[in-house]
Design a protein. Structure first.
Length: 185
């Protein structure tokens, strides 16, 4: 086999292709080495184990699906951000069929902890952007939040609806957007 030097980024790109076409279960050191046209040892230069490769590939897929703008100010209002998230979910489910539903179940042992940790990091990033967008939305009623319902608690509730939509593969945001409009505007 060719031992052409590759890069971490190239390996992750091929890993995303494998996940997209064959699913997460098809991802392993040999399949990635073959897709990259390199030896198995070349992959081990960048990833110490299958679990390291899998966890990094899952994180990379999450980043590919939810490629947030770095500035939450880019969203005019909270509903615009939610529409964007639901659009990413729909596009991500088409690009990576079954990823949302099955990726956390495919990890075993140590891989499971790494995969869940990386998934939680991705989710926290989404929640932090939602908080910043909500804080910057000048159209929110002044009395919408207080001690009983804080912005953080509101985002936690909205995020639980987002996770539910992911699991159910329901990418229609109209009901959640209407609920948000009635609750905070």
């Amino acid at each position: 086999m060719n031992t052409v030097i590759t890069s971490r980024e190239a390996i992750l790109e091929k890993s995303r292709e494998i996940i997209s076409i064959q699913g997460l279960a098809a991802l392993n050191i040999c399949s990635v080495a073959s897709a990259c046209g390199v030896s198995v040892g070349s992959i081990y230069n960048y990833f110490h184990s299958k679990s390291d490769l899998t966890a990094s590939a899952v994180e990379d897929v999450w980043h590919d699906i939810f490629h947030f703008q770095e500035r939450a100010e880019d969203f005019a209002c909270f509903p615009d951000c939610l529409k964007w998230i639901f659009g990413c979910m729909k596009n991500g489910s088409e690009k990576y069929p079954g990823f949302f539903t099955f990726h956390s179940m495919s990890f075993l042992g140590e891989e499971k902890e790494d995969g869940q940790r990386l998934m939680a990091q991705s989710w926290l990033h989404i929640q932090n952007v939602l908080i910043r967008v909500l804080e910057n939305d000048q159209s929110v009623r002044p009395d919408a939040f207080g001690e009983t319902l804080t912005r953080q608690e509101f985002v936690d509730i909205i995020f639980s609806f987002i996770i539910s939509a992911l699991v159910r593969r329901n990418y229609d945001s109209r009901a959640i957007l209407e609920m948000v409009r009635r609750a905070i505007y």
